[in-house]
Design a protein around this ligand. Structure first.
Ligand code: MLT
Length: 417
């Protein structure tokens, strides 16, 4: 609204006739002045100093460091430290952080006993969320009530890859591998996944480096379904293990972390149907009649390229070339991207590939099965969730209570049957 030549902001109460009469996204784009009620779908309801995301420009920074720089030069644990503690570690701080993580990679055998009773075909995300929650029963001494003891943070970072590898091993019919703590974080995970009792296994540095990049790219993405879940659950002062378990459950869905699994399945289906990219581009444009949805395109926040997608596309090319893997779905993915970027329908709607579009192709090349893709996302996102939980507690945020607009019946008389 303009008053005496100056723009002023008026509150628009969600759910009122006034809100219905206004195209909020248009008003926001034109004035930059609309503030939605905090309960309005979580987004924008939190102040945070962790991750900066400009969806218009396709910019993503962690604590002020560009994602491109970090993905090219940092280790995942450096990024974890940066997100959780706010600054990059000195050499001494890094050595201490890495060492404390190494010392906590083994998981209590009681947790293993629970895991042993899960079915062989349990989804790895079901296993992960349950066992992370169970950690609060096994490590209650590490709850951080005063903010001085970080053992719960270290334990989670250390144990998540160990637990994740168990699901894979069980599905393969193999015994689990114990952590090998002389290895770095990524190599240790790969060794737990792929080492077999009878064969010598050497972690390929190309594979370890690709995994490092992928984990960094997934380390935080400001408020979204899983992150705001972690903050919301944690706002009741629930312990970190329970809060992260809730975040893992939120991530599982196909609209969030499960999306890269959907992408691979879609690319496989296109390949099985002869790989005709233009046919599927046309089907996506006529989704209302065809029912076909192009997974991995577009993002609720990005109106430009998801910066992570650009890095992942290059990484996919590099990794597949270096490993000598010829995966036809990479060519189909590139074909879809190129066709879409040259098609007015996609250009007008700013539908660019997002982070999920290429990540599954790399995971596959690394030997990680499709039902583990979301688990990989969770390992990457863990430091971000921890940082958000820690920040929420440090800011002494009140318990979350999303606003509700009641849309049900008015008072009715109860007439017994
Ligand atoms: C993510 O990285 O969490 C996804 O892109 C979802 C999102 O942030 O909207």
């Amino acid at each position: 609204l303009s008053v005496e030549g100056k723009k002023v902001q008026l509150p628009i109460v969600v759910g009122t006739e006034a809100e219905k009469a206004v195209d909020i996204s248009k008003l926001r784009d034109e004035t930059g002045f609309v503030t939605l009620d905090s309960g309005y779908k979580n987004t924008g309801a939190t102040k945070s100093a962790i991750t900066f995301l400009d969806g218009e420009k396709g910019i993503l920074n962690y604590r002020g460091y560009s994602i491109e720089d970090l993905a090219a030069k940092a280790t995942f644990l450096e990024v974890a430290y940066l997100l959780i503690y706010g600054e990059l570690p000195t050499q001494e701080q890094y050595a201490e952080f890495e060492d404390s993580i190494r010392r906590h990679t083994i998981v209590n055998e009681g947790v293993r006993a629970i895991f042993d009773n899960f079915p062989v075909n349990a989804h790895p995300m079901a296993t992960l969320s349950s066992l992370v929650s169970a950690l609060s029963a096994f490590y209650p001494d590490s709850y951080d009530e005063k903010g001085k003891d970080d053992r719960h943070i270290i334990r989670l970072l250390a144990k998540l890859p160990t637990i994740a590898s168990w699901s894979y091993k069980k599905a393969q019919g193999h015994p689990v591998n114990y952590p090998k703590n002389d290895l770095d974080y990524c190599s240790n995970f790969l060794n737990m996944m792929f080492s077999l009792p009878v064969e010598k296994y050497e972690v390929d540095p190309v594979v370890a480096s690709a995994l490092n990049t992928l984990l960094i790219l997934h380390a935080d993405h400001e408020q979204n379904c899983s992150t705001s879940t972690v903050r919301l659950v944690g706002s009741s002062q629930a312990n970190l293990y329970s809060s992260i378990s809730a975040g893992i459950s939120a991530l599982w869905g196909p609209l969030h972390g499960g999306a890269n699994q959907e992408v691979i399945e879609m690319l496989e289906a296109i390949k099985a149907d002869g790989g005709d990219v233009s046919k599927y581009i046309d089907m996506a444009k006529n989704a209302k009649t065809t029912g076909f949805r192009l997974f991995g395109f577009g993002h609720r926040v990005y109106k430009n390229f998801d910066p992570r997608a650009k890095i992942i596309k290059k990484a996919a090319d590099d990794v597949l070339t270096k490993l000598g893997v010829n995966d036809p779905v990479l060519e189909i993915a590139k074909g879809l991207e190129e066709a879409a970027l040259n098609d007015e329908y996609f250009v007008a709607r700013k539908l660019y590939p997002n982070v999920d579009f290429y990540s599954g192709i790399i995971y596959r090349a690394l030997g990680i099965p499709t039902n583990m893709f979301t688990v990989m996302f969770a390992i990457g996102r863990l430091p971000g969730w921890i940082a958000q939980w820690k920040e929420m507690r440090a800011m002494k945020e009140p318990i979350g209570r999303p606003r509700q607009i009641y849309t049900g019946a008015t008072l009715r008389d109860f007439v017994p049957m």
